[in-house]
Design a protein around this ligand. Structure first.
Ligand code: KG4
Ligand code: ZN
Length: 336
């Protein structure tokens, strides 16, 4: 018998994931097969390797997700899938698998934007209220999204070059940290202090955009110059200085946006939302500058890519009547 259950697929980058979500808010299962170890020796995700791993993992993930949730295909109301943004070959594996299940079991196919998925990672333990602002920070994107109401997304600011997570991964590489470097740099940052005062690009500019490539270059030059002089810099201070610069800019631009866009809630989500410095800073700034705004942060275990968040966003899309045809294609550059 049909229940309010959605089977969700996520395969946009280097995580193969399938989840079963009830009523858009209850996680019955959330299977995540990570490929990180296969990409580490290359220092980043190799698209061709990623697609092959997704193909190997996807049906196993479906079986595990249904088993763990103890549900049958007949119980499902819909199938949701990330169709962008992401790596085209990776996305196609999830899209094809979702189509296959939807076709075979005559279920509606619901398309989901990966970034909307990240946002909905913050809704499992909370109720959303609108208008709302979201700071979405991941390995591929850094954006401020305004939502006047549910299912209505407007990007008001974004990075002009590197995403925040991308910058973490690139500077981590210079320090010999395995991909993805964000978590380790975050831990090191807690043990050091901002002694290098790296640039804070566009911090005072009257917009909501970001830029992280200048910071990345400044960081890399500092380390290379020291290496050439045979000087060893303190990695904890380097990490703390880098992080302080990232957090300053993210927090400042978010507070500026909140002054211009009165909202009920601020959402923090995406892989970089796991950052302890960023979480603490937003909590503090919000209390001081916009105490009327409620801060909802994605739980740490749901900040990274997973299908549970796609199921949550997918359920909302489903209720709004979003349907994809059998011609649904991957859209690598999908935006809101
Ligand atoms: O959202 P996500 O899992 O994948 C994308 O959609 O891109 O984000 C992954 C990114 C990586 O760049 C990783 O280094 C970063 O999130 N990340 C962090 C932390 N944990 C993961 N960055 C900073 N601090 C963290 N604690
Ligand atoms: Zn992501």
């Amino acid at each position: 018998a049909k229940k309010n259950l959605i089977l969700a697929f996520e395969s946009s980058c280097d995580e193969t994931s399938v989840a079963v979500i009830e009523d858009g808010q209850k996680i019955l299962s959330n299977i995540v097969a990570t490929q990180i170890l296969s990409h580490q020796r290359f220092g980043g995700v190799v698209p061709e390797v990623a697609s092959r791993h997704h193909i190997e993992q996807i049906t196993k993930c479906i079986d595990k997700a249904l088993n763990e949730a103890a549900v049958d295909y007949d119980d499902l109301s819909a199938v949701a899938v990330t169709y962008g943004p992401g790596l085209v070959g990776s996305l196609l594996v999830g899209v094809t698998a979702a189509k296959m299940v939807a076709w075979a079991h005559q279920l509606p196919l619901v398309p989901v934007n990966h970034m909307a998925g990240h946002l909905y990672a913050a809704r499992f333990e909370n109720q959303f209220a609108y208008p709302q602002l979201a700071l979405l920070v991941s390995g591929g994107h850094t954006e401020l999204v305004y939502m006047a109401s549910e299912h209505e997304y407007e990007i008001i600011g974004e990075t002009r070059d590197d995403a925040a997570g991308e910058a973490y991964d690139k500077i981590g590489r210079v320090l010999g940290v395995n991909y993805p470097a964000g978590k380790t740099i975050d831990e090191w940052a807690a043990k050091g202090s901002d002694t290098f005062h790296f640039p804070r690009a566009m911090e005072k500019e009257d917009n909501y955009d970001f830029s992280f490539s200048g910071l990345k270059s400044a960081f890399i030059n500092t380390v290379h110059n020291a290496n050439q002089r045979g000087q060893k810099l303190d990695k904890y201070d380097l990490a703390a200085s880098f992080q302080q610069s990232v957090v300053d800019v993210l927090a400042e631009k978010t507070m500026r946006a909140l002054s211009d866009y009165p909202v009920k809630q601020l959402i923090l989500a995406g892989g970089v939302a796991a950052n302890h410095g960023l979480r603490k800073r937003l909590e503090r700034d919000l209390k001081e500058q916009h105490p009327e705004v409620e801060l909802l942060m994605a739980p740490l275990k749901l900040c990274g890519d997973n299908a549970a968040m796609i199921g949550a966003a997918g359920w909302v899309n489903y209720l709004h009547g979003d349907r994809a045809g059998w011609d649904l294609n991957a859209v690598p550059g999908l935006s809101f």
